[in-house]
Design a protein around this ligand. Structure first.
Ligand code: EPZ
Length: 428
């Protein structure tokens, strides 16, 4: 059976300038929020990635029309008349659960397939459900589907999240904007993508304050007070961090454009602590390194802490540093699969519970490796760029979920990387 892989030639460096695309983890929710606009909203700077295709299909199944012109999506939800999101789409992309809040907000009901877990963890949605129930939503689990109803409508309330869950904060926001009265979301997620979603909701007529802090206040408005809008997605801080890690790894200089440096404060601080020089402008960041990579200790945390989505990329840096680093993954329960792929390239890593003890090695070796999740996939390609020899990266569909033209952008920075079809020689 034919398979598309990425082939990377090693002993190379990255230098130059790359423009980051719009943030996947914002655009997906902006599309869902368009349900509340009950008309045609235009969303700019939407990345060309497969997850966006899946979310567009989710909206089409609900009765919306979604058209793309370059990086602009027009999402017309005036004709949305179906409230069901099928398992086949939710199982492809668990972020489909982000339609739950806006469907309940607009129609008072929804039928969404329960998302399963994934490679990096159970990915539960209990906080989504507890928070929405506090707003007056009633759930019945019916053969793998979440059946949501609001027999007494949506009522504003004070919700305290156990954990600053990004998804739960977003679903609560998109339901509470049309609840009756005031809602306070305490221990809310503070990620820049939350701020981006709130900016779009406010542009649609919602009344929300405190986005970007752990206490968000929502003054409910009537559904007909909401209208379509035009919105531009913020730059993708994780894509930017991925290319900056590539620049740090090979020495650079690498400049990423289209990103607010304030989104990456802790990650930039860690790059400096590892021996890199960082320069920033209003919407660009440059990284360069002349000396050795210095070992580092990292704790992944909710924003503004170190982002879990950059953990694999920084584990790679640690694997090439001169000494021992400790990386602690606090957000997901199983996000160290990347380590086993990197060890196949000669990295020296010991996993103890949610700590990875990474002893730097002189040189990684090219090998056949797999992408275990989208961020690990992006990082393993970077590993191939500095490794000795050739690296062949399999299961690259993961990378296409979240990185627009990853190979093309790396080639523009000087990498010798190609996508190619291979025929699987093994017979089943
Ligand atoms: C979003 O996932 C991102 N995905 C993830 O990016 C990112 O890693 C994560 O936020 C943390 O920043 C999208 O935005 C599409 P959470 P989300 O709810 O919303 C647990 C990538 O690579 N939890 O903050 O699912 C959960 O299991 C992806 O782009 C519950 O237990 O993250 C996890 O361990 C990977 N119950 C932790 O909280 C809940 O009800 C953080 O989850 C909700 C979450």
């Amino acid at each position: 059976m034919a398979e598309e892989i990425i082939i990377v030639q090693g002993n190379n460096t990255l230098s130059g300038e790359v423009a980051v695309s719009g943030a996947k983890n914002s655009a997906l929710k902006l599309i869902a929020a368009a349900i509340l606009g009950q008309g045609a909203s235009s969303i700019h700077n939407v990345p060309l990635i497969s997850d966006i295709e899946v979310m567009s299909e989710v909206l089409r199944r609900l009765g919306a029309t979604v058209t793309r012109d370059g990086h602009t999506l027009t999402v017309d939800t005036s004709a949305v008349n179906n409230h069901e999101t099928p398992y086949e789409l939710v199982s492809k992309m668990r972020a489909s659960i982000s339609v739950l809040g806006p469907l309940v907000g607009r129609f008072g009901c929804a039928r969404v397939a329960m998302p399963g877990g994934c490679q990096i963890g159970a990915r539960k949605i209990d906080m989504h459900l507890v928070g929405l129930e506090a707003l007056g939503v009633e759930f019945v689990i019916d053969h793998g589907f979440l059946e949501a109803t609001t027999p007494n409508g949506l009522r504003g309330t004070h919700v305290v999240l156990d954990f600053p869950s990004v998804g739960a904060t977003e679903n609560l926001l998109m339901a509470s904007v049309v609840a009756d009265g005031r809602t306070i979301i305490e221990n809310a997620a503070c990620e820049p993508e939350i701020v981006d979603l709130v900016n779009m909701l406010v542009a649609m007529g919602a009344k929300v304050t405190g986005a970007g802090t752990s206490i968000i206040e929502v003054e409910g408005v009537s559904l007909d007070a909401l209208h379509p809008c035009e919105h531009t997605t913020v730059g993708d801080r994780i894509e930017a961090g991925t290319f900056l890690a590539g620049g740090a790894l090979t020495g650079g200089p690498v400049t990423v454009r289209g990103i607010d440096p304030s989104y990456l404060r802790v990650a930039l601080m860690k790059l400096q602590a590892m021996g890199c020089e960082i320069e920033c402008g209003k919407d660009w960041i440059t990284v360069r390194r002349s000396g050795k990579l210095v070992p580092i200790d990292i704790q992944t945390l909710p924003h503004p802490g170190f982002p879990t989505d950059l953990q694999a990329q920084f584990m790679l840096l640690a694997a090439c540093a001169e000494g021992m680093s400790v990386i602690t993954e606090n957000v997901f329960e199983n996000r160290f699969m990347f380590a086993s792929e990197l060890m196949r390239m000669g990295a020296d890593i010991t996993i103890e519970d949610h700590h990875a003890l990474v002893r730097g090695v002189e040189r990684l070796q090219g090998a056949d490796v797999s992408s275990t999740d989208l961020r690990a996939g992006a990082a393993i390609v970077l590993a191939g760029i500095v490794a000795e020899g050739e690296t062949r990266v399999h299961t690259i569909g993961h990378i296409d979920r979240g990185y627009e033209d990853y190979v093309g952008k790396l080639v523009s920075l000087g990498a010798d990387v190609v996508r190619t079809q291979i025929n699987d020689t093994t017979t089943l």
